[in-house]
Design a protein around this ligand. Structure first.
Ligand code: ZN
Length: 299
């Protein structure tokens, strides 16, 4: 019989507990590692009960933490304009339901979102707004448009596909369409100087869900990434508005950003990036006494 011909498959009795111990240790290490990642922090924060939140403005789309009435009123004042702006410029309907949470303090915003840096955020089909947004340049309105760009894509693509967009693309798009919200610390001149020094974003074809900041240049990290992304997105829009619309439609069909751009423009993403850098340098040199050298060359 076949069974009698097989070698005995017994584990040494003393090795069993060792193997189980090693397995438990591996699982514990994996659990600990996951608990340090940002998706875990965000998921945990988002599971926090919002039972005390009310519709303090009367608008059923806005959920107010007690004490956030002034912020919620400002959100209500600008909400329809923000939705109309994104539906017009991003070529996508804002799917229902729209849920926007306003917070009484930034500490509370951080507690409920798992994120302490931004002044507003979109996650899992909902927008969260910190009162810090009221102090931003231009008031709350540009921030609301920036976040509405994220919310439209999140509601259209679902959370998983939305999380897979490269950061330069989703943030560059939101920053460009909002007139610069999120990149206030870096203007275009500052971005060109940084790019001349080789401090450049990486125009990745698709994103990483675990490392939100993987492609961020090393100076003024967030604002610099958003500014460079916004400049590249603006270039794509100005270069060919029909292709720009086709690219966004490709992204809405869950193509990777690289594929959507390549299909819409008939040119690969790295080639378009190279042509953008040449144009950004030429535009800068046309307006400035200082003549910038080639951009994004490692020195
Ligand atoms: Zn953003």
């Amino acid at each position: 019989m076949l069974a009698s011909m097989e070698p005995p498959r017994t584990v040494h009795p003393r090795r069993k507990p060792i193997l189980i111990g090693m397995l438990a240790l591996t699982l514990l290490s994996a659990a600990f590692w996951f608990s340090t990642t940002w998706p875990y922090r965000i998921i945990k924060a988002n599971l926090k009960s919002k039972q005390a939140f009310t519709h303090c403005t009367g608008d059923p789309r806005i959920w107010c933490e007690p004490g956030s009435d002034a912020l919620a009123a400002e959100v209500a004042r600008h909400l329809d304009t923000a939705i109309a702006t994104i539906e017009r410029t991003q070529f996508g309907r804002i799917a229902l339901p729209v849920n926007i949470y306003t917070y009484a303090s930034h500490a509370s915003f951080a507690e409920y979102t798992g994120m302490s840096e931004p002044r507003a955020a979109v996650f899992n089909g909902a927008m969260h707004v910190s009162p810090v947004s009221l102090r931003a340049n231009g008031g709350l309105a540009p921030t609301l448009v920036h976040e509405m760009s994220h919310l439209q894509l999140n509601l259209e693509l679902g959370t998983w596909a939305f999380g897979g967009l490269p950061t330069w693309f989703s943030e560059g798009l939101a920053t460009h369409l909002s007139g610069g919200a999120g990149a206030e610390m870096v203007n275009e001149t500052g971005a060109v100087f940084a790019m001349e020094e080789g401090k450049c974003m990486t125009p990745a074809a698709q994103g990483s869900r675990l490392s939100i900041n993987r492609h961020v240049p090393q100076v003024n990290r967030i604002d610099m990434l958003y500014r460079q992304g916004a400049m590249f997105i603006a270039y794509l829009e100005q270069r060919n508005s029909a292709a720009f619309k086709a690219m966004l439609e490709g992204v809405a069909r869950k193509q990777t950003v690289g594929k959507a751009i390549g299909g819409a423009y008939g040119l690969a993403l790295p080639a378009l990036w190279g042509q953008f850098l040449e144009k950004a340098r030429a535009d800068f040199n046309g307006k400035s006494k200082y003549q910038a050298g080639p951009l994004c060359r490692v020195k």
